[in-house]
Design a protein around this ligand. Structure first.
Ligand SMILES: Cc1ncc(COP(=O)(O)O)c(C=O)c1O
Length: 387
């Protein structure tokens, strides 16, 4: 395979909206992906938090192949055996939630969530957080609080609070406020979490004012924080949770979890998506939930998060490790882009973030101690080399 030719071809024909790693990935297995030139990379990025069960988990692949041999697609105008099973598995794993709306991406899930909140409350104001990221469609982008993404025409009904400050949210409350939307841990912004009291305070505020609380768990969902949902890690019960990324281990899928009382306000035809809840995605979702339970991946995410924090503490130049479980930010006192580039040369993929001094780790939940040790050794080396 001529790697350079493939890269040139992709650049020639695909709209150039991404700065890419100089890799042409052709294979994946567990914690590793392989380049067209045969080099294997240890993946602490997971294709942007998508490879929850690792790359090509054999049980997920078997479930997908089985479904492909039976029925590739039919939409929601008919019932489906695998959709029924996947929906049941998801709702059973999400205590307190009664219904799910299936779609295809995180942005679509957030659009639907905000529409539901507006319908339920009969209001239209949204309070979102500075630094939050919710996707690229107009509604989701309007609620995104990172300036550089906010281009083009956006909704004026969204206002932005300081993440972590109840007072800031209170100052934005208006008679027309329908919902508060937030990433419980802001990933793109550089892995920002707030104290538990913040989330509880938001819940109380929403209860007292009849406002919907929406948690965007597109990144934190399914175990990443060491609990199945970050809402559980912070001890609060949002009205709506949005999911996407790794919930079907890499088959495109989004989902909106709704409490029964909220779900009741939505009538036939008010939400829809041709591909939402496709048989293939549902096979991926069901297998993902099963693998997470069978292999105790939520527990592993917690344990490995603690191990990473312990292993990296005291590292040269490291200020602290931010985040929970396997959504972690290694905060340095300087720009980390050189470290990320140097690690790639050591055959390890990590992520940067909007905070220039934070390296982000979003590895598959199957990660083990040896992988952490490998990253630690490589980091020691690149820091020694002056990065
Ligand atoms: C927290 C969060 N919400 C929403 C999205 C948007 O998801 P998608 O790209 O599937 O539309 C992302 C994507 O990075 C995300 O990180």
């Amino acid at each position: 395979m001529d790697k350079t030719l493939l890269m040139r071809k992709e650049d020639a024909y695909q709209l150039n909206t991404y700065k890419k790693f100089p890799l042409v990935l052709v294979k994946g297995k567990g914690m590793y992906v392989s380049d067209a030139d045969g080099t294997r990379y240890l993946d602490f990025y997971g294709g942007h938090a998508v490879a929850l069960t690792g790359h090509c988990h054999p049980k997920v692949i078997a479930a997908l192949k089985k479904q492909l041999d039976k029925l590739l697609f039919y939409s929601n105008v008919a019932y489906s055996d695998i959709r029924a099973e996947a929906a049941e598995a998801l709702i059973s794993a999400a205590p307190g939630f009664g219904k799910v709306f299936f779609c295809n991406s995180g942005a679509e899930a957030n659009e639907a969530a905000m529409r539901v909140a507006k319908k339920f409350t009969g209001k239209k104001g949204i309070i979102a957080m500075k630094g939050g990221f919710h996707g690229r469609t107009t509604g989701a982008l309007s609620a995104t609080g990172i300036g550089k993404y906010r281009t083009g025409e956006l909704l004026s009904s969204v206002s932005f609070a300081e993440f972590g400050s109840i007072e800031s949210v209170k100052s934005l409350l208006a008679p027309d406020t329908a919902a508060i939307i937030l990433e419980p841990i802001q990933s793109m912004a550089g892995v920002n979490a707030a104290g538990k009291g913040y989330y509880k305070g938001l819940r109380e505020l929403c209860d007292s004012k009849g406002i919907m609380l929406i948690f965007d768990e597109v990144q934190t969902g399914f175990g990443r924080t060491g609990k199945m949902f970050a809402a559980q890690a912070f001890g609060v019960a949002p009205d709506i949770i949005t999911l996407a990324k790794g919930i079907a281990s890499g088959v495109p899928m989004g989902a909106v979890l709704l409490r029964e009382k909220v779900a009741k306000t939505i009538a036939y035809g008010e939400l829809g998506s041709t591909f939402g809840g496709s048989p293939l995605a549902c096979a991926g979702l069901k297998a993902t939930i099963e693998v997470i339970a069978d292999e105790k991946l939520v527990e592993n995410a917690y344990a490995m998060g603690m191990y990473i924090k312990k292993t990296f503490s005291g590292m040269k130049g490291l200020v602290r490790v931010r985040g929970e479980g396997l959504l972690l930010g290694l905060e340095f006192g300087h720009d980390v882009s050189g470290i990320a580039a140097a690690l790639l040369k050591e055959n390890i993929i990590v992520s940067t973030s909007e905070a220039k001094n934070v390296l982000r780790l979003l590895p598959p939940l199957i990660i083990g101690k040896t992988h952490v040790d490998t990253l630690h050794r490589a980091m020691e080396k690149v820091l020694q080399d002056g990065h």
